[in-house]
Write a protein that binds this ligand. Structure first.
Ligand SMILES: Cc1cc2nc3c(=O)[nH]c(=O)nc-3n(C[C@H](O)[C@H](O)[C@H](O)COP(=O)(O)OP(=O)(O)OC[C@H]3O[C@@H](n4cnc5c(N)ncnc54)[C@H](O)[C@@H]3O)c2cc1C
Length: 374
């Protein structure tokens, strides 16, 4: 018998939907809520590494992800003028039967996961947040933002980097900007873009793109963190076009299609890691709520999915929710997620310091680590 019979999952991102799917599929009653009125409209594109794909396969959505995304097994390095310097084989961290990487649209991935959660039996509600939590030895009383209430054996806070559940628990966590900001745009895929290419020269620290489907890609430019929030929509478009004008090859077509400010996102890179424990009483935090990294290794999504896989495995293998279970959880998750966050930050810091670090060595070390099942 699982350690819990009914669970509230707060947050319908990767960590939350994966938790809901695994628990509901094992017969646990799951309520999954998200503050957004429609999860599937969020964001642009995402790069999923092999270890994320292994977890998605465990959730029963691999075929749908493969069909809707764009798989590739190498990464290219280009000069700002578009010259391809080298094409490197990428690590197949999910195993030899999965591609190294898939790019896909975030809304498409969200739709697949939310659909699977409902299919597995989770009750999914959008436009709902947690207003208050009160735990005791046997459960947690939850008051929702619409005034309704519920009592659960466990609450999972999977509500992202600025987690409200974390705040309601009074858990202090210093989230710091890393010093970089990223422009992202979702647009049409030029025929020449068949994998991620990265450029480390020119006015930006990184200029890159990732195909997300037959007809789409997302492209990004990483610069110093600036106060870009003050820019109007038109100014955002102009700024991204201007930065992109230093890059050629496939970027010429990407730039030509840069015409809709609504498809442009700008955000700073931020980071934090919460030391164990990740629970307080019968409330546990997972995913970006406890560890967040800049996407220099594109591992944030994978780490969120791995948290969900390990947590749900322990909840269904143990018959009681006790300290032994919580220790087993952070023993398996904290060091691994922290290693990924530290490495992601290190990659960014080398760029900020214009220092030639051992990038291949670091990539190899993390690939070896995440190739092992979580
Ligand atoms: C610019 C950028 C690019 C990135 N690119 C990649 C990439 O290419 N590959 C990769 O693997 N990772 C990438 N990441 C990291 C990745 O997006 C995150 O690590 C991952 O989404 C974390 O998943 P999560 O479920 O923990 O949190 P989130 O995806 O943030 O999901 C949290 C959910 O909780 C909901 N929520 C928030 N507050 C509440 C509330 N009070 N009540 C209810 N619901 C709430 C939100 O609406 C959201 O749906 C990137 C991150 C950034 C910032």
């Amino acid at each position: 018998m699982p350690a819990v019979n009914n669970v509230l999952v707060v947050g319908g991102g990767l960590a939350g939907t994966a938790t809901a799917i695994q628990l509901a599929a094992r017969g646990v009653a799951v309520d999954l809520i998200d503050v957004m009125t429609e999860v599937a409209v969020l964001g642009s594109g995402i790069t999923l590494q092999g270890n994320a794909l292994r977890e998605l396969r465990g959730l029963g959505v691999w075929e749908r992800v493969r069909r809707e995304g764009y798989s590739f097994d190498s990464v290219g390095l280009r000069a700002p003028d578009g010259t391809l310097l080298v094409e490197l084989p990428d690590f197949r961290t999910g195993g030899p039967d999965l591609p190294a990487t898939i790019g896909m649209s975030r809304p498409a991935l969200a739709r697949i996961l939310v659909h699977r959660a409902s299919e597995a039996g989770a009750k999914v509600r959008f436009g709902l947040a947690v207003a208050a939590l009160r735990g005791d030895h046997t459960g947690v009383d939850v008051t929702f933002s619409d005034g309704s209430a519920g009592r659960y054996d466990l609450v999972v806070g999977a509500d992202g980097i600025r987690s409200t559940v974390r705040r309601l628990l009074g858990v202090e966590l210093d989230t710091r900007p890393t010093g970089m900001g990223i422009w992202r745009v979702f647009g049409p895929r030029p025929a020449s873009v068949t994998r991620t290419d990265l450029c480390y020269g020119g006015p930006c620290y990184i200029a890159g793109y990732c195909p997300t489907g037959e007809n789409s890609l997302y492209a990004y430019l990483v610069e110093d963190a600036r106060n870009r929030g003050v820019l109007s929509a038109e100014e955002r478009l102009e700024t991204m076009r201007d930065l992109a004008s230093a890059y050629h090859g496939p970027w010429d077509e990407i730039r030509a299609a840069l015409d809709d400010p609504e498809r442009i996102h700008y955000t700073w890179f931020e980071t934090h890691v919460l030391p164990p424990p990740w629970h307080r009483g019968r409330v546990v935090l997972i995913g970006d709520a406890v560890h967040s990294c800049p996407p220099t290794l594109a591992q944030g999504g994978a780490q969120a999915l791995e948290d969900a896989a390990v947590l749900t495995e322990l909840l269904t293998r143990h018959s009681t929710l006790d300290e032994q279970l919580w220790t087993a959880f952070t023993d398996r998750r904290h060091a691994r997620a922290k290693a990924v966050v530290d490495a992601s930050n290190q990659l960014g810091q080398w760029l900020l310091d214009r220092e030639q670090g051992d990038v291949p060595g670091l990539m190899h070390r993390i690939a070896e680590l995440v190739s092992q099942p979580a």
